[in-house]
Design a protein around this ligand. Sequence first.
Ligand SMILES: [Zn+2]
Length: 270
Amino acid sequence: MPEGHTVRRLADRHRELFAGQPVAVTSPQGRFAEGAARISGAVLLDTEAYGKHLLHHYGDVSLHVHLGLYGKVTDGDGPVPPPVGQIRLRMANPRHWLDLRGPTACELLDPPEVDALRARLGADPLRADAKPDQAYERIKRSNNALAALLLDQSIVAGTGLIFVLEALFRAGLAPTAPGRTLTPAGWRELWADLVDLMGKAVLSGRIDTVRPEHEPEAMGRPPRVDRHGGEVYVYRRPDQPCLVCGTTVSRGQLAGRNSYWCATCQKGAS
Ligand SMILES: [Zn+2]
């Protein structure tokens, strides 16, 4: 599933390509025909990313998109190409077009519904209005595993498995450590690291989490080969040596997801 930086990049790109002008909106597949007709011809005022949610604001109504596991957005310049596959939503102006396929959510929300969506989402490390203190209030009262708490979008929004597992490694915290064991200083450090890592991923379009001394060139090792790209410490590196201490990276199940960690570098890991 795309993590928050991908959604932020989409919001920025859609603003750049389409904001400030009327857009033609259709649903070649037909499943969003009614909604598309309602916004077609309107001026796209602004776009917004909140966690993994993408919003296109048209004033009295907003388009809400959640890509989920299979959603995909493509765009291009020039005339709109003939539709291929199941295109839920297509938007275009005379210079650019955009296709959305396979989203979990593609719907219109009125302003109170947009407010309700924002209200149920936690602190987004990519947003200036994030309230990390509120997230910590939830974390410090919980016996749940830190990784599960950080993946809970009502606590922290936009983080997925890669950012969470990598930030926990960088902080030396076990993914299974209970939330209540995280100190205020530990949370400040973890939050600042998420802001930094995710901000860099918005710029580069990939998730890199290793410090300069652990990059392939610095260590004289081959770069990572993985369709997710990016240099990471533990994510999808089971049975390989930890880049810091050489211990074999562990894999386990946590909250129904694969979890990866170094039992030596991360305190309390088992
Ligand atoms: Zn290690």
